[in-house]
Design a protein around this ligand. Structure first.
Ligand code: ADP
Ligand code: MG
Length: 350
């Protein structure tokens, strides 16, 4: 609706302001909507045995991917992974997917076939089935939207809203790798020759082929360890804010404990970047950020040691009035910088 859009002002204070205003205007209580706008997926009451999760993500050419540096397979794979990651953040089991496409005249049928190959490669390990979608032409650029459903046992979904002051803050895997990989294709290309080939391959792989932490999320939900969880799509310093807002708490993050891969450290050193900053601001790692009550810490640590999963404690949940803080490597404490990716605002890191 271009005419209406022209009369309207800019979207209210960025992507998240827009989402909040939509939530205020349209969200209505419904006994079957257990969680609506505001979490990684919606949670719907569909039967007494299980609850349904549903999530959708849109990738736009030039915003989320660049056809000069990503293959069609990789774009499909990443799009599916972004959705799988949202189901992982709820501790759910992914089930069915739908794919909507707007295809410019410059794309061939063969290329769209490759896009689907990437989607199905990502979905196959989880036995997720493609059950529908929609197809359109596009005047400019390729658009790809995937909708994914999943299930959880009643009451077991990991919401963003359950964190309490005193809980401990954890992440899965390592942080900053995907952004380092993206930088090696764009702004920091020239630093490739200062890294080992294996390090370059690892970082590019973490960008093109991220891993949603589905098994970790399911384990956390089934054991009842996590009080809140979110997946890291925009970057830790931005995404932790969603847990704080939804739970009504503050947080302190310990920069020295942020988990970094050897390849990311090598990249940071070569590019003279602070590795902790990469870990805080880099997007699209698709790791899980979650909180565990202090009383469960010992059992959590003992049980986690028996799994193949990597969990790192990176901080603590505090009272809301203490705000969001960073305990620097130097020992200084300061407000957590807001540096992650937000649509409609000028990204400061990408
Ligand atoms: P994520 O990064 O986990 O995919 P988003 O930041 O995209 O989450 O979205 C946050 C919440 O806002 C989700 O619950 C999502 O369903 C909702 N949301 C995002 N965009 C819209 C929209 N245009 N209309 C309604 N709800 C939206
Ligand atoms: Mg998410």
């Amino acid at each position: 609706m271009p005419a209406r859009a022209a009369r309207r002002p800019q979207p209210p204070s960025g992507e998240f302001g827009l989402i909040r205003s939509l939530q205020q205007r349209f969200a209505r209580p419904d006994r079957d909507v257990l969680c609506g706008i505001g979490d990684d997926t919606a949670v719907l009451r569909t039967s007494s045995a299980e609850q349904t999760l549903i999530t959708t993500d849109l990738l736009a050419e030039g915003v989320h991917f660049d056809l000069r540096s990503s293959s069609f397979e990789d774009i499909g794979y990443r799009a599916a992974m972004a959705n799988l990651s949202d189901i992982a953040a709820m501790g759910g089991v992914p089930r069915f997917l739908l794919v909507a496409l707007a295809v410019p005249a410059t794309c061939s049928g063969l290329q769209i076939g490759r896009l689907y190959r990437g989607i199905m490669q990502a979905a196959a390990p989880y036995h997720v089935r493609l059950v529908g979608g929609d197809t359109s032409s596009s005047r400019q650029g390729l658009f790809l939207s995937i909708t994914l459903t999943g299930t959880t046992r009643p009451g077991r979904a990991l919401l963003r809203s359950g964190a309490r002051a005193g809980d401990l803050l954890y992440v899965t895997g390592t942080l900053g790798d995907s952004h380092a990989g993206l930088s090696l294709m764009t702004t920091h290309r020239r630093f490739r020759r200062r890294l080992r080939l294996s390090e370059v391959r690892f970082l590019l792989g973490r960008h093109h082929r991220p891993t949603a932490r589905v098994a970790e999320g399911q384990w956390l939900a089934s054991q009842g360890f996590a009080t809140a969880a979110i997946d890291l799509s925009d970057g830790l310093s931005g995404d932790v804010r969603h847990i704080c807002e939804e739970s009504g708490v503050g947080v302190i993050i310990d920069a020295a404990s942020l988990p970094l891969s050897p390849a990311c450290l090598a990249f940071a050193q070569a590019a003279r970047l602070t590795p902790e900053r990469l870990a805080l601001t880099g997007g699209e790692d698709y790791e899980l950020l979650f909180t565990v009550p202090r009383a469960k810490q010992e059992r959590f640590t003992r049980m986690a040691a028996r799994t193949p999963f990597r969990f790192t404690r990176i901080g603590e949940v505090t009272a809301k009035r203490e705000g969001l803080r960073l305990h620097e490597v130097t020992g200084a404490r300061r407000p957590l910088p807001a540096l992650s990716y937000e649509h409609f605002l000028r990204p400061s890191t990408t």
